[in-house]
Design a binder for this molecule. Sequence first.
Ligand code: ADP
Ligand code: MG
Length: 441
Amino acid sequence: MRGTRTHAEHAVRGLRESRGTRNEEVVPVSGNIFDKALGRATLFRNKEHLRHNHQPTTLPHRDREIEQLTFNLVEALNGQIPSNMILYGVTGAGKTAVTSFVCNQLVEKGRQIDRDVFAITVNCRQIDTQYRVLTHLGNSMLEAHEVDEIPFTGWPTDRVLGELVKRMEKRAGVYIIVLDEIDHLVRKAGDDLLYNLTNLNSSLKAARCCVIGISNDLKFTDFLDPRVRSRLGQQDVVFNPYDADQLRDILVQRSSSALHPEALEDGVIGLCAALAAQEHGDARCALDLLRVSAEKAEHEGTNTVEIRHVRTAQSQIEADQITPVVRSLPTQQKLVLSAVLLTERSGARGVQTGEVYDVYDQACHHVGKAPLTARRVSMLISNLDMLGLITARTVSRGRYGRTKEIHSSLPPNVDAAAIIQASEPDLEPIFTSKYRHQSRL
Ligand SMILES: Nc1ncnc2c1ncn2[C@@H]1O[C@H](COP(=O)(O)OP(=O)(O)O)[C@@H](O)[C@H]1O
Ligand SMILES: [Mg+2]
């Protein structure tokens, strides 16, 4: 995509330039501007296979987890109710991929041996209220010819639940309800949904239901009522983060169908795996690194993905992650971050809280905002530290007390000043005004 777009841009720019310099009729470009981009050799066999939502047919290093799910869910094929489950693990540990793999196999087997087994997955980060989850479940049980949608607002919860039960009973069979990223919904809206869904079997006769909750947060059950906790957590499965060797195997497997066999220089997969293992063993992060590295190589027109492409990909991905964080900071946080940047820009390294406050105070003045107290600013500094935008280390200055030594930790390819100005034009004067800088003690 990126490569194609850039080619098109080049072609258009070329066209404009030829118009400007020769000052004559536009010479039509021979052929279509996409011809060259289309005809270019590609390193990818199937780029989709490196994307997150691609469902691989084998999941290395998840045999134990697959086995645990299978062992429990096989009950559905026997017409029994499988235990409810909670799956935990950091992001990118393969929870969603494993669950959808197992559920697909289950439904397929059900079809083969003529058992009614249904699996419905709801992503509770996107569908994040009890009402919406229930309507989603109810509406996904409609056959194509039925049009009685449950409305997206307006009904009391009891009525939606009643309708859900009615529809399940009508079709009968065993329902596996997967609530992915359930920690998100529970934190936002409480555990009523889980209470109601784990209680459904008491209203069901012909149908059966089992709930699988998937959480990125290991402490998520702290938010649950003990009754819900015990009903949902009949079986817990913990997905440990992948280590570098495991990530390497995953990348080898995914890249075998995604890239041409000769496309990768030695060490590329190892480096992507090592970098992702350093983060927190996130397979998604490893896949992103490999995909973006290959895109970089392809864009450059080289025959293989090289180590340096991984490095470039890493810094691009990092910048893409940080940019929205800076953009969405509240105004006062932007002012404090700007003050750190301005103090560093003046040549100071390892600046102290007092110096940052001094520049912050002037910056507020330049943009007509009331400055906060030094104490509040110190808290905002800690917050920026937590977000990973700066590092603030407490140092002792002997009898002068303690202060913080502050460094920006933004990667060099992130222009925070530009992001701040673009997101809040009112703050532009911060970067164009003059400052008095404190003399160092
Ligand atoms: N063992 C594995 N083998 C192949 N791909 C994997 C494996 N584990 C995770 N993935 C892939 O990594 C990405 C992230 O996994 P996902 O299941 O979404 O993680 P989680 O749900 O735990 O955050 C997905 O593209 C998934 O297909
Ligand atoms: Mg997931």
